[in-house]
Design a binder for this molecule. Structure first.
Ligand SMILES: [Fe+2]
Length: 305
């Protein structure tokens, strides 16, 4: 194998690209990355030396424009590089270090990102891995009765925010801006007399991807937030208002766990994830030095360089 030759290593899901003597992910041929990504839905370049400052350059090999985190459910997400609005911390502010169940990023709105870039600046000393699960494999692994249930029943994501919270979520104090943003992201908006708002987004729990039907949604993370953490500002229901049975949620979680990869982060590693096909999450951790950053694109990765 020459110094420039890349080796594809299939993972439990996605592909690891090994490049001997690579100085960083910038040196890997773009078409090699695109081919591995488009065939498997996620790539990891573990042995790399990307830094916080060089991460944007890597992402800009693929896209020119990146999404700001407007309308996102994590109010504590902060800039991870100077004042960039598109290079973001994965864990921000006082966000707890608990595990985060598998989810598609921003699946509670219409214009969710298509492509996620993650870069590890510093992994947790123990645990704290990012998790990945191929939604196409998960859909196939679900019992037929579950697939029928989600084909028959659409779901709705409902959020309730007081003014303080919505001004953080939508990054404005002007309700007219919120009206516009909700229109753009496909959320129905109700404005209450006390200045609080409620939003609703209806969709299916699956996504029809060119690789197949994928179980990608925010069901597990929203259920954990409501039923385990006891936070009542958001809930996920079928569109008729009924709850998804708890034993079904636990079974889905168990089936997904069998298909879930713990990303073996090293400082400088980078991953690209197809958010329309894969779900991601996080294992719990204690180490406050854990530092993972991300960038989101609303475009799908190109097929050719
Ligand atoms: Fe996420």
């Amino acid at each position: 194998m020459s110094n420039n030759e890349s080796r594809m290593v299939p993972l439990l899901c996605g592909t690891k690209i090994d490049v001997p003597a690579a100085s960083d992910a910038m040196s890997i041929d773009k078409q090699v990355i695109l081919d591995a990504y488009n065939s498997s839905g996620a790539i990891l370049i573990e042995e790399s030396t990307l830094t916080r400052e060089k991460f944007p350059d890597f992402t800009e090999r693929f896209f020119e424009v990146f999404m700001e985190y407007v309308g996102g459910a994590n109010n504590d997400r902060q800039s991870a590089l100077k004042n960039s609005k598109t290079v973001l911390t994965v864990t921000g502010g006082n966000t707890s270090k608990t595990s985060v169940p598998l989810h598609g990023e921003m699946f509670y709105m219409k214009n969710r990102p298509s492509t996620l870039f993650f870069c590890c600046i510093q992994p947790a000393a123990e645990d704290g891995q990012t998790t990945l699960c191929d939604g196409v494999a998960l859909w196939k692994a679900l019992p037929q009765e579950f697939r029928s249930y989600f084909e028959t029943n659409a779901i709705s994501y409902r959020r309730k925010y007081d003014k303080d919270t919505w001004s953080k979520v939508y990054k404005t104090t002007n309700i007219e801006d919120v009206v516009q943003i909700c229109e753009q992201i496909g959320n129905e908006l109700m404005i209450n007399d006390d200045g609080s708002i409620e939003t609703v987004y209806r969709c299916h729990a699956y996504n029809d991807h060119h690789a197949g039907r994928a179980f990608v949604n925010s069901i597990l993370v929203w259920a954990a937030r409501e039923f385990i953490e006891g936070i009542d500002d958001s809930n996920l229901r079928l569109i008729d208002g009924s709850k998804i049975p708890m034993d079904m949620l636990y079974q889905i979680n168990d089936i997904a766990e069998e298909l879930t990869l713990n990303v073996p982060w090293k400082p400088g590693s980078v991953a690209i994830v197809d958010n329309q096909r894969f779900m991601h999450g996080r294992r719990r951790y204690e180490d406050t030095n854990r530092d993972i950053i991300m960038r989101l694109s609303d475009e799908a990765m190109p097929k050719t360089a």
